[in-house]
Design a protein around this ligand. Structure first.
Ligand code: MRU
Length: 357
């Protein structure tokens, strides 16, 4: 079987006509690549979680809107700009919580807005360059998050993670798992506990898969075992990703994350959120302003393999994310360093350091 870590999670095919992704719904059974040739196919892949994880969704959307823009047949700048915005709005409707989706699409639209003097042909070329840069930046940024996060850890530490904020959630390295991969390169040995992450098992299917394939000491646990593992003294740090971080440091991430943070606080274990600046949304003052996606009841009533696990007709509540209160976060690891309380101030400082990496 092909080594998952040698494949980029999202890329463009050779003649720039399709977005190529690993179909994450097939993992860990099959490593199947999909070529998405229309914006509708990209929308569906994001919606169905064939490509998922905040940064990977951003890169897929940037390439998706480029694929859509290629199809716009006009020589008029005004017409191109209007049709581009329709395509951008369409892709933005695929999932609501991960702000990287909107961040990447806005960045692509800015290229169109800033170059009213260019021909449509030139605009299409500039859009391709911008999407390629968003992808390249993701790799550089995740590497920096890995280095900054590693500085918080000691060789031999036990690390607990929830959901998948690894390579599969980005183009390479991941956010929360990047310190583990950078550490592995430098000879560190971590013992990683990965929550299975109900209902869609991103921890079991994706994190356990990529960590184990990379040779990291990995132990899979059910979500309700985190407290037992912490109580035994096996966890020295918790590392998770984020889908959107508010100006006060409240962080939305996969459902169950906030409970892990509360447990970590109880046991005196530092809880770190690892995320690029593109995951911050300073328009959200607190986590209460973050729109939490709710997904279909079947994700809860039928296990991943579509075997019914609950009575027909029972009421189901299925939020895909929750918000971790900033008071339970020891630090937010970004490409510019680690933000700590008071977060309003340290997050502003991170943004003031921002430049091209
Ligand atoms: O529903 P998903 O699988 O897209 O949720 C993903 C997460 O919650 C990740 O932890 C988050 O996007 C950070 S990915 C670096």
């Amino acid at each position: 079987m092909q080594n998952i870590m040698s494949i980029e999670t999202v890329s463009l095919n050779k003649d720039n006509t399709a977005v190529v992704i690993i179909d994450q719904t097939q993992l860990p059974y099959n490593i199947e690549m999909l070529e998405l040739r229309t914006q509708e196919e990209v929308w569906k892949a994001i919606y169905l979680l064939q490509v998922r994880g905040a940064p990977a969704i951003g890169v897929a959307a940037a390439y998706g809107v480029y694929i859509g823009a290629r199809e716009i047949e006009t020589q008029s700048y005004e017409e191109f700009r209007i049709k581009f915005k329709q395509k951008k709005d369409y892709l933005a409707s695929s999932r609501p919580t991960a702000v990287n989706l909107f961040w990447a699409l806005n960045r692509m639209e800015k290229v169109v807005i800033d170059h009213a003097d260019k021909s449509v042909q030139e605009l299409k070329h500039l859009l391709l360059e911008e999407a390629n840069e968003i992808k390249a930046e993701d790799i550089r940024v995740c590497r920096r998050i890995g280095e900054n996060g590693l500085a918080l850890l000691k060789d031999g530490d036990g690390i607990l993670t929830h959901c998948n904020a690894g390579q599969l959630a980005t183009v390479k390295y991941g956010t929360a798992l990047s310190p583990i991969y950078v550490g592995l390169e430098k000879g560190y040995h971590f013992k990683v506990f990965t929550d299975e992450t109900r209902p869609l098992l991103q921890g079991a299917r994706l994190s356990a898969f990529e960590l184990h394939s990379s040779g990291v000491d990995t132990t899979l646990i059910c979500d309700n075992m985190a407290s037992a593992v912490m109580k035994k003294g096996w966890v020295q740090a918790v590392l998770v990703g984020a889908d959107r971080i508010a100006a006060n440091g409240d962080a939305a991430n996969k459902i169950g994350t906030s409970g892990v943070a509360i447990l970590a606080k109880y046991y005196g274990i530092p809880f770190y959120v690892c995320a690029p600046l593109s995951t911050f949304d300073l328009n959200c003052k607190t986590g209460d302003d973050i729109h939490i996606e709710e997904r279909s009841a079947e994700e809860v009533t039928e296990m991943w393999y579509k075997k019914r696990m609950a009575p027909e007709g029972v009421k189901v509540f299925n939020p895909a994310f929750d918000v971790t209160d900033h008071q339970n976060i020891a630090g937010i690891v970004t490409e510019y360093g680690v933000a700590t309380a008071p977060f309003e101030k340290s997050i502003c400082e991170m943004f003031s350091k921002r430049d091209k990496l």
